[in-house]
Design a protein around this ligand. Sequence first.
Ligand code: RIB
Length: 309
Amino acid sequence: MPNKIAVVGSNMVDLITYYSERMPKLGETIEAPNFEIGCGGKGSNQAVAAAKLGSDVMMITKVGDDLFGDNTFKNYSNNGINTKHVEIVPNTSSGVAPIFVDPSGENSIIIVKGANACLKPSDIDAAAEDLKKCNLIIMQLEVPLDVIYHTIEFGVKNNIETLLNPAPAAKELQLDRINEATFFVPNETELESITNMPVGTIEEITAAAKYLNTQGIRDVIVTMGSKGALLVNQIEVTLIEPCKVDPVDTTGAGDAFIGSFSHYYLQENKDVKKALKIAALYAANSIQKKGTQISYATKEEFSLINNAH
Ligand code: RIB
């Protein structure tokens, strides 16, 4: 039986510009050589990564009543993702994300939430019977915060583990309403913004994550890009070493990490460190290709890479 994962999160259309030397100044026009369009959104990216690896994934999201929405449905179906709880919002655009990738592969993103902003706590209640069959529920912050709070409460009440990726960071995130999530997975920028603490060194990152432990968040996993990842809880601080590669496009690497971590956490009998190590390899593989979801390896492709490692 495959792992059952639900993603309560976003879908976006990624409009990606390669490779802009810099961002334009106010009133300035600059040129970049390439443009690509793809399926994105942090929620969908994480769902697709887990589904490509073989998890049984259900998506809870809203799309606009436009061509982008139709395309998102097609994309879910191509990846074997259950769309029973994906709804079209009338007279609303789908979420879009203009993305600018620089020559070093680093990205800058603007999101327009569109229909994603219409997800409501009642959508979680409407999906309750299907959610109760899941082993893990994954969330990000591209949907309204009251949906996140409600989903974590739902997880606690029904004994279902939850993972919150607080991306993009929201200053107004109430820690006492998310501290019962099983895993809290920020990157360094999000950690800094949520804790108001410096994150310039591993020691500072550890201190900020430990502060979250004191707020009741049990397992904090900080993704640190080329520095690897840090697991911080009351018992241990463990550095997951990075896999060194030359990045082509880092867009969606954090999502590849979370989707694959979720898959392997369930597949490897909840061995967190083992799952984190495999996720680091999966994410590193994704940044060697252009695009977000299209850069994620399938189960077959990744088994070759993982076995060779
Ligand atoms: O994390 C990368 C994602 O952020 C992109 O796919 C974009 O859609 C934004 O949601």
